[in-house]
Design a protein around this ligand. Structure first.
Ligand SMILES: NC(=O)C1=CN([C@@H]2O[C@H](COP(=O)(O)OP(=O)(O)OC[C@H]3O[C@@H](n4cnc5c(N)ncnc54)[C@H](O)[C@@H]3O)[C@@H](O)[C@H]2O)C=CC1
Ligand SMILES: O=C(O)CCC(=O)C(=O)O
Length: 380
């Protein structure tokens, strides 16, 4: 008995160390639907946590925990940078989105989200769709990014893709003195909800794209699209995307893809994409900088979806969403210039701006601290 107590104490210390930068981590387990999910709330200084929920066949729980901790931290920074009064949170569901989904699983997930009583709002991310969250929204109001006919603000990948295009224009302006997207070559990794939309827009303006995706369906879809744009689409094998001759690399799939191995291979002048947590470690921002590759911090470029879902919670206004998404252009340019001025990486320049906003708000929160209702009046 004594030995058992000691063992669990050791495990508790490890997990608390692991989540020490986070406010709350919730493990959701529903054997009847097969749901195994983790919700992480990183920081609610700016408001209740907001962030999509990803579904992915993680190899083990540690991998899923690592992902949700990094993703939720990224959301704190994304909200701070985009001037959004929400905090950082994210959910991950362990499972294969192709084979493990069911309406019941997402309803069960909705119940867990509901149990947080407004501390966490969520919607789509990689591996999940609006339909999944229509199911979840049968159990809770704390869902966003569902179709307008179900009372939501619609597909959040639309403004995310728009934000990527503004990021690309700002990058071209900085690098070439001209924001035009046409006539250049872009390497796109991942043709899902965001990547495919970016690819379509680039083709429409006369750009050449080199693409890859793990999914046969996605490759078939882009090959069909390519018939309207002869000679403008090249499909490559998964790992070849890192070494193609392109002007800009656009990661729109998994995180961690900017690492020692891939940075060595890159021939592009810049990296501007939607994928969350593109840098395997923060020091890879310096590796890119040293190689002369301009890196547009992911959480600035991909804020379009967040801007829309946050706006939906304030009372949706499409013109406001467009205006705030457009501001990504100026944010990216300002970060490039700050990085040059202070001889720091673009990541450092972006992080400084966010930390400043969080510190300012923390000060204000202390000043306006609300009294908590005592228990006896609460149940009156
Ligand atoms: N949907 C949104 O509004 C937002 C998405 N993001 C991020 O952008 C990225 C893409 O998101 P979505 O398009 O929504 O996801 P999605 O699930 O619709 O698309 C991802 C695509 O990447 C492909 N893929 C997966 N692993 C790959 C690999 N190793 N190599 C090449 N392709 C691979 C998938 O087959 C799929 O087609 C994710 O990192 C997500 O977190 C960030 C902000 C908002
Ligand atoms: O895009 C969304 O639906 C919510 C925001 C989010 O999760 C993200 O920006 O990664």
């Amino acid at each position: 008995m004594k030995q058992q107590i000691d063992q669990s104490a050791v495990k508790s210390i490890d997990i608390f160390e692991k989540i020490s930068g986070h406010e709350q981590v919730v493990f959701c387990n529903d054997p009847s639907t097969g749901l195994q999910a983790i919700i992480a709330i990183h920081n609610t200084t700016l408001g209740p946590a907001l962030g999509g929920t990803r579904m992915y066949p993680y190899a083990n729980v540690e991998e899923a925990l690592e992902d949700v901790l990094r993703l939720s931290e990224g959301m704190t920074y994304k909200c701070a940078a985009a001037d959004i009064d929400f905090g950082g949170g994210k959910g991950v569901i362990i499972g294969d989105p192709k084979t493990n989904k069911s309406p019941a699983l997402f309803r069960a997930y909705g119940q867990f989200v509901d149990s947080l009583n407004g501390r966490f709002y969520t919607g789509t991310d990689m591996g999940t769709t609006m339909d999944d969250f229509v199911q979840a929204s049968k159990e809770t109001n704390f869902i966003n990014g569902i179709p307008e006919e179900f009372g939501g603000g619609g597909d959040s990948s639309v403004p995310t893709a728009e934000g990527v295009l503004y990021g690309l224009k700002a990058t071209n302006e900085y690098l070439f003195g001209n924001e035009t997207l046409a006539g250049k070559t872009y390497a796109i990794q991942g043709l899902g909800k965001v990547g495919f939309k970016v690819a379509e827009q680039l083709l429409q303006v006369g750009a050449h794209i080199i693409v890859t995706d793990i999914s046969e369906e996605a490759i078939t879809a882009i090959r069909e699209k390519a018939t309207n744009y002869p000679g403008m689409v090249t499909v490559v094998e998964l790992d070849d995307i890192y070494e193609v001759d392109a002007d800009i690399f656009i990661p729109c799939a998994m995180g961690g893809i900017l690492n020692d191995e891939t940075i060595e291979k890159l021939k592009v002048k810049a990296v501007v994409g939607s994928a969350n947590n593109q840098l395997k470690e923060d020091f890879h921002a310096k590796a890119l900088h040293d190689k002369g590759i301009l890196y547009a911090p992911d959480y600035i470029v991909n804020a379009g979806g967040l801007i829309q879902v946050a706006d939906e919670l304030y009372g949706a206004n499409k013109a406001r969403v467009l205006l705030k998404t457009k501001a990504i252009y100026q944010s990216i340019l300002a970060i490039y210039h700050q990085s040059e001025l202070d001889a720091i990486t673009t990541l450092e320049a972006a992080n400084r701006k966010c930390q400043q906003r969080l510190e300012e708000q923390q000060g204000r929160n202390n000043f306006f601290k609300r009294e908590k209702s005592p228990k006896w009046t609460f149940y009156k």
